[in-house]
Design a protein around this ligand. Sequence first.
Ligand SMILES: Nc1nc2c(ncn2[C@@H]2O[C@H](COP(=O)(O)OP(=O)(O)O)[C@@H](O)[C@H]2O)c(=O)[nH]1
Ligand SMILES: [Mg+2]
Length: 345
Amino acid sequence: MTSLPDKVKKYYIKTYDELYTYIDSKLRKATIPVSPRLRRDKTAQLKNALLGKLAIAYNIVDKELEKIISIVEEIEKSHPFYVEIYRMITGTDPGITAKKLRIARRNLRRIYHEYRLNIKNSYSGKEAAGHFKAGLGRILSFYKRSNQLIQAIKKVVVEIAKLPDISGDLIVIIAGMPQVGKSTIIRSLTNAEPEIGNYPFTTKNIIVGHIIVEHLGKITLIDTPGLLDRPQSMRNEIENKAILAIKHLADKAVYVFDPSPQSYYTLNEQLRVYREVEELVGSENILPVINKIDITPRQLLEKTHQSITRETDKKPLLISALRGDGLEELKNILIRFFMEKNQSP
Ligand SMILES: Nc1nc2c(ncn2[C@@H]2O[C@H](COP(=O)(O)OP(=O)(O)O)[C@@H](O)[C@H]2O)c(=O)[nH]1
Ligand SMILES: [Mg+2]
């Protein structure tokens, strides 16, 4: 199955100006064959040419609308994460947009047939030309009127196309302050080099790795650099939007603590961000992990373990992403989450 980012990459949505220019050039180049039957009748010839040109313009606008509708429908049935991005950018639901555009498309067809008839029934070439001009104007105005919405959809497509493949049966966010070892964990747990893209609305990187659960599906691990790695008070509005979108994405979160003496952050700072992530995904969905046990003195480790257990009401898992300790267990826990999710109706 192709992922949504891959699917939408194939689409290019035209702006109104681009569509206008495109139709204009097609109409200039168009040569409508004259049937031998009409050779003597100049008015019939002109009408025939005008009908042919109106059909060209109609078909271009109709195809463009059809393409946009299929993108919106694709987003509508995709993961709620994409739907959320859609809502944030367009201010409306993909379902509502698709319906609106389908109505517009039907009206477009009606208008087209109306003007076709007008041209056919014209008494003179001049009258026919008048109807053609009016009809062309009406057809173009369909796109023009929806231009704002269409441009917003275009923006959605651009944002989604920048994302790596975040589809998966279980989506796990790896959160924690900078330098605690998030990227190292993803690299150690997943075989391939992680995919990199941009978070929606931001230029921050999104790093994604997959754990394949044989015959059953895959677990997707998502790194959150620059987002879920500092207190909310330090984030701007756009970053908050990105996090809101991530909220729709995450089934579970692994929160990484660095207890080592080299850590850039105190335990209290790390706990503060832990609570924010916990609030985001729900306390039943967050797993505290203590990393870098290979360079943390035993006493400090024990003390940290106790504090985290007390503060989070959970038993943190001890790992060393660098040396490999505890990684097998972490993987098994993730697979268990995966199984639970697949079993629940
Ligand atoms: N000693 C030790 N170093 C680690 C471990 N995990 C990560 N590091 C190191 O910590 C630094 C930050 O790791 P990184 O994965 O980039 O952290 P991120 O900012 O949370 O993604 C790097 O130099 C890693 O090599 C570990 O388990 N033990
Ligand atoms: Mg990193």
